[in-house]
Design a protein around this ligand. Structure first.
Ligand SMILES: [Zn+2]
Length: 332
């Protein structure tokens, strides 16, 4: 472990992937065959390992418990550990994007079953959780605290939450109860009032770190990689300049970014016809991989990227020993 004074002078950042499998996307889109579809995890995660390995980037992978029933998917997830610095975290059991409508027993089952499966299938003790659909009611925090979790990463403090929800509802073919539940997805304009940097949330007398998915400082528009590849499907030059601006603003406002990837960021239109409806999936595979490699290389060059667990440890260190670099400048 290096001493603080020899550490990189680049600002701290973290990188994660939500290991959402094809069934989760197809179910969210209201497709009836979602349960019987194939898995794209072996293909997509091999590319994740190749590109991140080449760039020496660490990764936090949020895993869905349902996928840990399949040997092939367990192997694919396990292969991420070739990265050397890879943290496995909890992304619920069934990836239902409406945890805010569940009763406490159901929430407990969604979190604890995945926790136990990560331990038994991959010998990984998760300390972080991200709710599907960026949903994190206080009942979730309560379960996380009772099970020794150190952080939640479900908040997405974007200004475009209502638009993202409208696009989701228009594309998906949900009916009845599912449609009603989905109406609360991504939070409302209220989600914008959340900080755009790690902060402490308190439940009763206990506290837990919240690491939001970083958005563009000031504008609060998304800057995660799926949004970047979606923008690039209209103009690569505009998308690249947007991401450079985002990184520059993160640095100038002292916002330590936490960015996220999804498996489709590593897939092109040749890879999966069923995913053609998903934003950014009309791009050819080679072009998509080149774009994502460019964006990740820029991220690695601009910031000192670590896993989210490592980010929490560093945050704990700096709260015991506050640094003026990140504590004083606030983006409002
Ligand atoms: Zn997800």
């Amino acid at each position: 472990m290096s001493e603080p004074q020899t550490r990189s002078r680049r600002p701290l950042a973290s990188l994660s992937i939500d290991v959402d499998n094809k069934w989760a996307y197809l179910r969210a889109a209201g497709r009836e065959n979602w349960e019987s579809c194939d898995s794209y995890l072996p293909m997509a995660l091999r590319r994740v390992t190749d590109i991140l390995g080449e760039l020496r980037l660490p990764l936090t992978a949020f895993v869905v418990g349902r996928d840990l029933e399949s040997e092939e998917d367990v192997e694919a997830i396990d292969s991420l550990r070739q990265l050397g610095d890879c943290e496995l975290a909890n992304h619920s059991l069934n990836h239902l994007p409406w945890m805010h409508t569940m009763d406490p027993a159901e929430i407990e089952c969604e979190i604890v079953t995945t926790h136990d499966r990560l331990l038994s299938a991959l010998d990984a003790e998760a300390v972080g959780f991200r709710g599907p659909g960026f949903s994190c009611p206080p009942e979730v925090l309560d379960v996380l605290l009772r099970h020794g979790y150190r952080y939640d990463a479900s908040i997405f403090p974007t200004s475009i939450a209502p638009i993202a929800r409208a696009v989701f509802l228009a594309r998906a073919k949900l009916k009845g109860e599912q449609k009603e539940k989905a109406k609360k997805l991504y939070g409302g304009f209220a989600s914008m009032r959340n900080p755009n940097r790690p902060f402490v949330r308190s439940v009763a007398s206990e506290s837990i770190w919240e690491i939001p998915v970083t958005v563009m400082p000031w504008l609060r528009t998304p800057i995660h990689f799926s949004y970047f590849t979606f923008l690039a499907s209209f103009s690569t030059a505009v998308a690249k300049s947007y991401l450079r601006t985002a990184f520059r603003l993160c640095r100038s406002t002292g916002t330590p970014p936490s960015l996220l990837l999804h498996p489709p960021d590593f897939m092109g239109r040749e890879d999966d016809q069923d995913m053609a409806y998903f934003p950014g999936m009309k791009t050819a595979r080679a072009d998509k991989l080149e774009l994502v490699r460019w964006a990740l290389a820029l991220y690695a060059e601009t910031f000192e990227v670590c896993t989210m667990r490592n980010q929490i440890e560093r945050l704990d260190e700096s709260s015991a020993n506050p640094s003026p670099h990140f504590s004083n400048r606030r983006e409002r």
